[in-house]
Ligand binder design. Structure first.
Ligand SMILES: Cc1cc2nc3c(=O)[nH]c(=O)nc-3n(C[C@H](O)[C@H](O)[C@H](O)COP(=O)(O)OP(=O)(O)OC[C@H]3O[C@@H](n4cnc5c(N)ncnc54)[C@H](O)[C@@H]3O)c2cc1C
Ligand code: FES
Ligand code: FES
Length: 1367
């Protein structure tokens, strides 16, 4: 015991709290301790920094924070998440946002320029975050970063649109990949091939595609990318456009702070340990805070109130990093990034054997959150939270670390890490104590420490199970004996679990196979989990504990071999088992795109940059929540049902009414107009009146002066329920015949029963396919802003919606107003993907009620968890098939039943089911077919449109039985696919004739491009040589019908206005959500008038300009609005024609002026209807689609059969898009759809409170945020990602011979799913399982691992075990 208290007790007078933002000094007033940096930035008008999730999981809020480190005398620059940073935590620092880098008026920063010009921004909502992450990386490294560093630095930034490849390409130009270029500026070691250019920015053959001419112009570097300079003073990189670090901050001394916030919150920042201890004795419940990455989640998401925060970031004793004789000492306040840097240095300086624990910590940190979190999160915060899935705690415990604890009186005590964790989030720390530091002893010779972690997603994800393992071996009589051991697991209990029995059984034993076997058996007695343990996946988690130990055994044996020179390893296990311990290394992504540019006129066919890209990269682009509201504005929060099915007995809102900032509360009874909505049938109440039918159903709305106050008031509303029985799965619904009325649909052809009975059918298979849902995860949450004008006579709104006309209609309906008095405008969406086609309308209707009644502007922006909980998702599906086929694999008959989970209202579930039925043949000729289905009514929020609209689910069922036929007839699935292809003239089951079919062409081209046969044999060879890693490949075709299901929706309007300066303003009914619709439409107008693209502008979509527009959906908008705009342009040209023929004008401007003087009407309304379509469900026959978009994809994956981890080694995608209007945008759509599809098939799993997930309250969504719902991140992109557009294939059925692109490529990602299955088949063969087995969608690590049934899964599950899935 020692004492740290000294007599000094001075607390200097606090100075003014300050902050620099983008170079401008701001005084921070007292009273803002409750605010995050993000809230503050947005309040002061810097709306370039976006709120995507509020929980550190998406990176949309990334800013760069710089401070002067007085110890190193250097500026430190770091990317952080502004949404989790308390405002006062950045006091005395410089915050740089996207607005501070560059803007359109004064020029873009090279990072912004590169991202914009390389098509790295689609909807743009994630874009400022990516810019800031990249920028912070550049400024924090003295020399250009490597490509690997760039990819790592972006792991904490999510993008739902681009598929990341263009972002990586845009940033790659800032990477250093060849030292030679930087050391002597001469040519690289590898000579470029003929015609190749080595870019000085990348040091590689240039992927930016410059010509010799552009190289010359740009002084040898790629056009558009200026080299970044490096500041000699503080080591930061900069260009002359950049804001420097404010010199005043270098001189300024950090001071003690004591500030307050709303709700009595105190924020105190002491500078000395003794002050921390004083404060702790004064406020025993005070929370020490460093990164706020735990506390932020607790206070914001879990709504826990802590009155006093003591920020210990500036306390020297808590920030020590020292190397001692016996180990390293790490201050509790040290951030994870610093720790990693420090340990890296330590292992360079110390003997190899001493740093086994340090290496394990470094390796584990690689998978610890994203850069932004690691930059602020502290070691002590992680330890004291005592999370059972902490990545570091098992390692501290395993490596004999000691924690140093100090109490308020300065008494110090040490405790072993393994004794510190007492229970769930409970540690051996009194209310008068704090954690001071961690001591990690050096490892001894032949002492080995290893880390393990398996998460849902490899990067930036919390562990499902992790582990820290240590063993100390000593040699006795030529035998290696375990002298000491410690095995610790995270994620298998309420606290990091010390495997006591196993540790006991290891010590004293010889390190050999017998020990392995005994330990695997003992571990099963150490790791005890009940079947309904929180988190679920019990069989998987238990299997992982054994897999990890097996890996550890192999790894230690291998290390011993290396050190001891003995052949112990080979003796114990074959070389093929080495695959179990090869650590994952990701090469940087290589993308290639192959397309023709058949230019038509000035712009059509050209790979133009997205029209808003430059606005988006600078943060200037405005989204709904960025619209200023004025002082009268109110914020809305929803009062939501907490029960899946219940009668509302009473509502007590008195608490809300007395809540701060309260302005109004509204329920069903307050609705001025009509309380029902729905796009197909009006079966959904805006506010539930008597019965609620799902958790998250809206019961009412509260408005208040701030968003936080509105939410606080909403939480104070007490609702009493009488709980009624709920239907929580498709299976329950089918059993109970709980279907939406009139939702049964059937299609048929031939005689299925007769065919099954005939001897032509050599084999018949039957099976079931379960397909999980998918969250849209558009980066911009649902948002709407409604206000009245003229005393409430008119209602206006700006919304994030794909369907402004529906907003107009619903709002008019709910308020009892004519539609002509309601206007909805949309500038852009931060992503939609179908999720803002109908569900967004609902929120506009809700917000309109208080706006109209109170005559005040109201903004409703959903928090991410609420959005995910209430706004519906991609439908889960259940399919039951019976298929008859020949011995060769020719399909003869299909009998199929499919059900989708509609949720509590019909919404678009019926057309989605219909589409699934239409497409459930994918590209196959089936002579006899009977398919039918119904929409299930369940007690979940209504499911809705999502890219593909039921088509991917329908096709996935098909590809499941195709793959099964292949196994039955012992051929490859690819052969079965090709054998059954439709061809020109085939008549589809609904009577439509196949025309201009490019399927075989695409397939043949893909086979060649991916070198299928060669890769097949390489994969087989790899699989033979590697027991625990397996590779798999698959080729998948697709055909997607283009047109809205309902004929009346296939119409489009546009307004084209030509101004006297020769510029053109286009307005049309379509909405820009990142897909490049406006750019393509503008290209069409520019080409038609033969003017440059820059002369055409599209500002917004507005219901008062173009009425009655169909939603922007079904991939058909470019076809429809392109044609409508073309129609308007042609009308205008016809009107100008007489003037043009009179005299040759030298410019369009002059011609327009001449027309104006001749009083020609220069405004035209264009209109288009899709011809030759229609369908009759009574006869089941018709021509529902204008044409089909065909495509095919190849994927190669590698799986770790012991953990279920996987990565995609290659993807090769080819689409027939006719003559593309904009190939760059189309490639972006394909890549984005493919990666989103990869999420659907392999990563994204929705977990609902149902029979399969009893640990979740009934009807609630567990996966309601980026914390536990994982969309693909930058590191999930295929290593090699090739996209090609079929050449020379014009489509005469759409504008400028193009084809629709948005949805068709999505399903092609199932090539990844079937490649995974192919790899699993190889793994199962090794364990003697040769038959077919089901694999449900998504193929998450859990499903992959459990399907690779082996000795480690055997104790917990049978080989046919099917992990639980919410459907
Ligand atoms: C998006 C995201 C991803 C994450 N990923 C991971 C991951 O991959 N692996 C992982 O293990 N964790 C992860 N976490 C959890 C979290 O980041 C870590 O636990 C982090 O280390 C906490 O540090 P902090 O400084 O932010 O803690 P804070 O939130 O500041 O504090 C956390 C708790 O520790 C207490 N505390 C802090 N210092 C002391 C001290 N010296 N003495 C006593 N009590 C103290 C605080 O009072 C508080 O109760 C993630 C969190 C987020 C938000
Ligand atoms: S909004 Fe901050 S990380 Fe998502
Ligand atoms: S561009 Fe990245 S989320 Fe839309």
């Amino acid at each position: 015991m020692g004492s740290l208290i000294n007599k000094e007790n001075d607390v200097k007078e606090p100075k003014d709290a300050i902050l620099y933002i983008n170079g401008v000094l701001k005084l921070l007033p007292n009273g803002l301790a409750h605010l995050t940096l993000l809230e503050y930035l947005r309040d002061v008008g810097l709306t370039g920094t976006k709120l995507g999730c509020g929980e550190g999981g998406c990176g949309a809020c990334t800013v760069m924070v710089s401070y002067f480190d007085h110890n190193s005398k250097k500026c430190v620059h770091q990317a952080i998440n502004a949404c989790l940073a308390p405002l006062y935590s950045v006091e005395g620092m410089h915050v740089l946002t996207a607005e501070g880098l560059g803007n359109r008026k004064f020029g873009l920063h090279p990072v912004q320029e590169s991202l914009a010009s390389r098509h790295g921004s689609q909807c743009g909502f994630c874009t400022p975050g990516f810019v800031m992450s990249m920028y912070a990386l550049l400024r924090s490294t003295k020399t250009p970063p490597t490509e690997e560093q760039i990819e790592e630095s972006l792991a904490g930034n999510l993008c739902r649109c681009t598929g990341y490849r263009p972002i990586l390409d845009a940033f790659r130009v800032f990477a250093k990949s060849n030292d030679l270029l930087y050391t002597n500026g001469s040519v690289p070691s590898q000579e470029p091939k003929d015609g190749e250019f080595i870019c000085p920015s990348t040091g590689k053959p240039c992927s930016c595609g410059p010509t010799q001419e552009t190289i010359n112009q740009a002084d040898g570097s790629c056009k558009g990318y200026k080299a970044v300079s490096y500041n000699e003073i503080d080591g930061s990189s900069y260009t002359n456009k950049e804001i420097i670090f404010p010199p005043q901050l270098i001189l300024r001394k950090t001071s003690y702070l004591s500030l307050n916030g709303f709700g009595g919150i105190k924020w105190i920042r002491p500078l000395l340990l003794k002050h921390v201890l004083d404060l702790k004795s004064r406020y025993p419940d005070a929370k020490l805070v460093v990164g706020n990455t735990e506390l932020g989640i607790e206070t914001r998401l879990k709504k826990i109130h802590y009155p006093v925060f003591v920020a210990v970031t500036h306390v020297p004793e808590l920030n020590i990093l020292t190397v001692n004789d016996d180990g390293v000492e790490i201050g509790a306040g040290v951030r994870i990034t610093e720790l990693r840097k420090f340990l890296k240095k330590v292992i360079e300086e110390r003997s190899v054997y001493e740093t086994s624990a340090c290496k394990a910590i470094i390796e584990q940190i690689k998978w610890f959150a994203g850069t932004q979190i690691r930059n602020v999160a502290s070691v002590g915060g992680n330890i004291c939270t005592a999370s059972p899935i902490s990545d570091l705690n098992p390692l501290w415990m395993a490596s004999r670390a000691k924690f140093r604890i100090v109490d308020c009186k300065g008494n110090v005590r040490d405790t072993l890490a393994e004794k510190f964790f007492l229970g769930y989030r409970k540690v051996d720390l009194g209310s008068n104590e704090i954690l001071l530091s961690v001591f990690v002893p050096w490892t001894r010779k032949f002492e080995f420490v290893k880390e393990f972690k398996q998460a849902h997603r490899r990067d930036d994800d919390i562990a499902l199970v992790n582990a820290g393992m240590r063993v100390y071996l000593e040699k006795h009589k030529q035998k290696w004996i375990v002298s000491d051991a410690c095995i610790v697991y995270g994620g298998v209990g309420p606290v990091s679990l010390l495997a006591v029995k196993t540790n006991g059984c290891l010590v004293g034993k010889e390190w050999n196979k017998e020990l392995l076997q005994n330990s695997l058996e003992t571990l099963q007695r150490d790791v005890l989990m009940s079947d309904d343990a929180p988190g679920g996946m019990v069989e998987f988690r238990k299997s992982l504990t054994l897999s990890f130990f097996f890996k550890f055994f192999l790894w230690v044996s291998h290390q011993l071999n290396k050190m001891d020179g003995q052949d112990l390893f080979n003796e114990s296990v074959p070389v093929s088992h080495l695959s179990a311990i090869e650590s994952f290394h990701r090469p940087s992504v290589m993308g290639s795109q192959d397309y023709d540019v058949p230019k038509q006129g000035t712009a059509v066919g050209s790979p133009e940059v997205h029209m808003s890209a430059r606005l988006q990269v600078t943060g200037e682009a405005e989204y709904t929540d960025d619209t200023p509201m004025g002082p009268a504005g109110l914020h809305a929060a929803l009062i939501l049902s907490k029960k899946p099915h219940a009668r509302l007995l009473s509502i007590n809102d008195s608490g809300a009414r007395s809540s701060p900032g309260f302005a109004g509360i509204f329920f069903a009874k307050d609705i001025p107009g009509y309380n029902s909505t729905g796009p197909v049938v009006e079966d959904e109440e805006v506010f539930a009146s008597e019965i609620v039918t799902c958790v998250g159903q809206v019961i009412g709305v509260v408005v208040a002066d701030t968003h936080e106050n509105a939410k606080l008031a909403a939480r104070k509303v007490n609702v009493e329920y009488e709980v009624l029985p709920a239907i929580l799965s498709i299976e329950d619904a089918v059993k109970a015949k709980s279907f939406h009325p009139n939702s049964y649909r059937a299609l048929s052809k031939g005689d299925v029963d007769l065919c099954f009975k005939s001897d032509k059918c050599h084999k018949i298979i039957e099976g079931e396919v379960h397909i999980g849902g998918q969250e849209h995860f558009y980066l911009e949450p649902q948002s709407t802003f409604v206000w009245t004008m003229d005393g409430g006579n008119e209602v206006h709104m700006i919304s994030s919606t794909q369907a402004p006309q529906k907003h107009q209609k619903y709002v008019a309906q709910v308020l009892g107003l004519p539609m002509s008095k309601v206007v909805c405008k949309v500038k852009r969406l931060g992503g939609g993907f179908g999720g803002k086609e109908t569900r967004s309308d609902f929120f506009a209707a809700v917000a309109a009620v208080p706006a109209y009644i109170l005559n005040r502007p109201v903004k409703l922006v959903l928090d991410r968890d609420i959005d995910m909980m209430v706004s519906g998702q991609r439908h889960s599906f259940f399919g039951k098939y019976k298929v008859g086929f020949t011995n060769e694999g020719k399909v003869l008959a299909l009998d199929l039943e499919i059900y989708n989970n509609g949720g509590n209202s019909l919404d678009l579930s019926l057309p989605i089911l219909e589409r699934a039925l239409y497409h459930s043949d994918n590209v196959y000729e089936i002579p006899h077919v009977r398919v039918n289905g119904s929409v299930c009514f369940t007690n979940y929020p209504s499911n809705t449109a999502f890219r593909g609209f039921g088509v991917p689910q329908g096709m996935l069922v098909t590809e499941n039985w195709i793959q099964r036929i292949a196994m039955e007839v012992k051929k490859s699935p690819e052969e079965i696919r090709e054998l059954n292809f439709i061809s020109e003239g085939s008549i589809l089951r609904y009577g439509q004739r196949v025309e201009d079919c490019t399927l075989q062409r695409l397939w043949d081209q893909l086979k060649k491009s991916c070198n299928f046969l060669k890769v097949r044999s390489e994969v087989d060879k790899f699989n033979l040589c590697n027991r625990w890693k397996k590779r798999g490949i698959a080729m998948i075709p697709t055909k997607f019908g283009i047109s809205f299901n309902r004929k009346f929706m296939n119409q489009a309007g546009a307004l084209v206005q030509v101004y006297t300066d020769g510029t053109v303003l286009v307005t049309h009914g379509g909405v820009e959500m990142g897909q490049g619709l406006r750019t393509k439409v503008a290209q069409i107008a520019a080409s038609e008038f033969e003017i440059p693209l820059s002369s055409v502008f599209i500002s917004e979509t507005s219901t008062d300009k173009v009425p009655n527009a169909s939603p922007t959906a079904a991939s058909a908008s470019s076809d429809m609005y392109g044609a409508a705009v073309l129609d308007a342009c042609k009308q205008l040209k016809a009107r100008m024609e007489p003037i043009a023929t009179l005299k040759k004008h030298t410019s369009f401007e002059k011609l327009v002026n001449a027309c104006y003087l001749e009083r020609v009407d220069l405004s035209a309304h264009g209109f288009y209807i899709v011809p030759d379509i229609g369908f009759n469900w009574t006869t089941g026959k018709g021509h529902p689609f204008r044409y089909f978009t065909y495509g095919a994809a190849f994927a190669e994956v590698e799986i770790d059969t012991l953990t279920g981890d996987f990565h995609t080694r290659a993807a090769d995608v080819i689409l027939d898009l006719g003559f593309s209007i904009n190939p760059a945008i189309d490639v972006g759509q394909i890549e984005g759809a493919f990666v989103q599809g990869m999420g659907w098939v392999a990563l994204e799993e929705l977990k609902w409170g149902d029979d399969a997930h009893k640990w979740v309250p009934p009807g609630c969504l567990f996966t309601c945020g980026p914390g536990n719902y994982k969309i693909p991140s930058v590191n999930d992109v295929p290593f090699k990602f090739k996209v090609s557009l079929l050449k020379d294939a014009p489509n005469d059925k759409a504008v400028h011979s193009s084809k629709a692109v948005g949805e068709p490529p999505f399903f092609l990602a199932s090539s990844v799913f079937f490649a995974i299955k192919d790899a699993i088949i190889a793994a199962r063969v090794e364990s003697g399982s040769h038959g077919w087995f089901p694999l449900d969608n998504p193929a998450t690590p859990e499903r992959i691992r459990m399907a690779c049934a082996d000795d480690f899964t055997a104790p917990f599950s049978k080989p046919d075990f099917r992990p639980k899935l919410s459907v």
